[in-house]
Ligand binder design. Structure first.
Ligand code: NOJ
Length: 509
């Protein structure tokens, strides 16, 4: 080798070893990739008892004494989107969104919970919202169930009553009939793990049933069957004429083994959280993840139960659920380290945690927003999870149905700006590794009621002033970043968003 060549080689090695980990080049999103933002009915609508809407489980919970929500608040008025939907659509236009994901309030549409009474004012509201969006070519993506079950159905057992499969199927059918001529993207259920774990296991969320290791698995079984019912109704009765798609949105965080020794523990965590829902729907064999079946059966026997606390699916049910989703809808926020901890005294017996037999934690340094330790900023976990979903579930096409970051009120949300940039970068890393990601919805379009946290923790691209009756919305710095990403369909590290700039609607929106 000539001296010149050796020098060039050494220079290259040197440059490489000094490379910073952040890429400095502009990265493009694939053609056809869609950008949107998401919300949910109870979190934004308000109008809790207006125009014929009946009580749902969150109305019930937040009106109970004492109200368990941290700031004692409720979604009674929330962001008042029931009355301010035109402003919401204007914000979508300002951002240049291609789609908007929102949910229907079951008790607003069907106040008895059943299709015997269809509330025309509720139908009008959703028609108005959909039509207003379509005027500007913003596609609606509707979630049928985002946690606000009619209270009357809860009093009959909610998601632990097997009849919910019929109730949910009937409700879904009404929604497809009413809106399916214009709505081409349907999500059946949002974050089943949150519904069954926070609602029926540790008692954090409505209906606050504290029955870890027992009723949460009943909830999962009927929830999966209800989801599949809605899927098959759409597939057989509506898809042929309406030509849309339908899928489920699962919450999936990344669980990283603390050391190689804990690889199995991290895998268990993934199977008990994401896999509990994904394996029955997206795996080749269907049914519960094998590790859940074995572990819970063995523990149940040891604990003196006469049968497994994990209720079985019949072979027909396995087939009914398997393949019942056109996409893998993913809500992803953060990452945890996992280690094996079979003998932890922190876990009640029986419990979901004891069934997993592992523990998880986050690093302080991941909490870039020091005053709100809610979402850890760990973008590499997003890439790893996406690659695993591709590998485990046969290259399933993925839609990111939620991703976003929590701060306190304020327009200069630099930690959220960094989060969006880094997570979208991580998404592109996954795309480069061959993961088929089709769309991305930022959570959230605007500040809203963050469940048990109330209004203390904010997720909006737009800030909402909840002290002001008019609920004014103001774009944050992150809104300017997101607008630029959507406009250029690219990530440019040199772009500096400015929260004091004037937000305008670009031509064509
Ligand atoms: C997931 C839920 O779907 C949504 O309702 C919630 O506000 C966000 N995560 C943020 O916690």
């Amino acid at each position: 080798m000539s001296c010149k060549l050796i020098f060039l080689f050494l220079a290259l090695v040197y440059a490489h070893s000094n490379a910073v980990s952040v890429r400095q080049n502009v990265r493009k999103f694939p053609d056809g990739f869609a950008f949107g933002a998401a919300t949910a009915s109870y979190q934004v609508e308000g109008a809790w008892n207006e125009d014929g809407k009946s009580e749902n489980i969150w109305d019930h919970l937040t009106h109970s004494q004492p109200n368990p929500v941290k700031d004692g608040s409720s979604g009674d008025v929330a962001a008042n989107s029931y009355h301010l939907y035109k402003r919401d659509v204007e914000m979508m236009r300002e951002l240049g969104l291609q789609f908007y994901r929102f949910s229907l309030s079951w008790s607003r549409l069907l106040p008895t919970g059943f299709p015997d009474v269809i509330n025309q004012a509720g139908v009008d509201y959703y028609n108005n919202l959909i039509d207003e969006m379509l005027k500007y070519n913003i596609q609606p993506m509707i979630t049928l169930y985002h946690w606000d079950l009619p209270q009357k159905l809860q009093e009959m057992g909610g998601w632990t009553n097997s009849h919910i499969v019929d109730w949910f199927g009937d409700y879904a059918q009404v929604a497809f009939k009413l809106f399916g001529d214009r709505v081409k993207s349907w999500i059946t259920i949002n974050e089943p793990h949150s519904i069954c774990y926070y609602g029926y296991s540790i008692g954090h969320f409505a209906p606050r049933i504290d029955s870890s290791g027992v009723s949460e698995y009943m909830c999962t079984k009927y929830l999966l069957l209800a989801h599949a019912r809605a899927y098959h109704i759409y597939d057989q009765e509506f898809r042929p004429s309406q030509n849309g798609n339908i899928f489920i949105a699962l919450s999936g965080q990344w669980y990283q083994s603390e050391t190689d020794e804990y690889h199995d523990a991290a895998e268990d965590y993934i199977q008990f959280t994401v896999g509990q829902y994904a394996h029955p729907i997206f795996s080749t064999t269907g049914d519960w993840p094998p590790v859940m079946k074995e572990r819970i059966a063995a523990k149940s026997a040891e604990q003196g139960f006469f049968r497994s606390r994990l209720p079985a699916f019949s072979p027909e049910e396995v087939e009914y659920i398997r393949g019942s989703s056109d996409f893998f809808g993913l809500n992803h926020y953060t990452t945890y380290y996992v280690y094996r901890n079979e003998s932890s005294t922190n876990f009640a017996v029986p419990s979901f945690e004891d069934d997993i037999g592992a523990d998880r934690y986050q690093l302080q340094e991941w909490h870039t927003q020091k005053d709100v330790k809610y979402i850890g900023h760990v973008p590499w976990g997003f890439t790893k999870l996406l690659v695993k979903i591709k590998e485990d579930y046969n290259d399933v096409p993925i839609q990111i149905t939620e991703n976003g970051f929590s701060t306190l009120p304020g327009l200069e949300d630099d930690t959220r700006v960094a989060y969006y940039f880094d997570y979208l970068n991580a998404l592109l890393d996954a795309v480069e590794s061959g993961v088929d990601v089709r769309s991305y919805a930022a959570w959230s379009l605007l500040d809203n009621f963050e469940w048990i946290e109330g209004y203390g923790i904010r997720f909006g691209l737009y800030e909402v002033d909840f002290e002001d009756e008019a609920r004014p919305r103001t774009p944050r710095k992150s809104a300017f970043l997101y607008k630029e990403i959507v406009r250029t369909r690219a990530l440019d590290p040199s772009f500096e968003p400015d929260a004091s700039a004037t937000m305008t609607i670009d031509q064509g929106h």
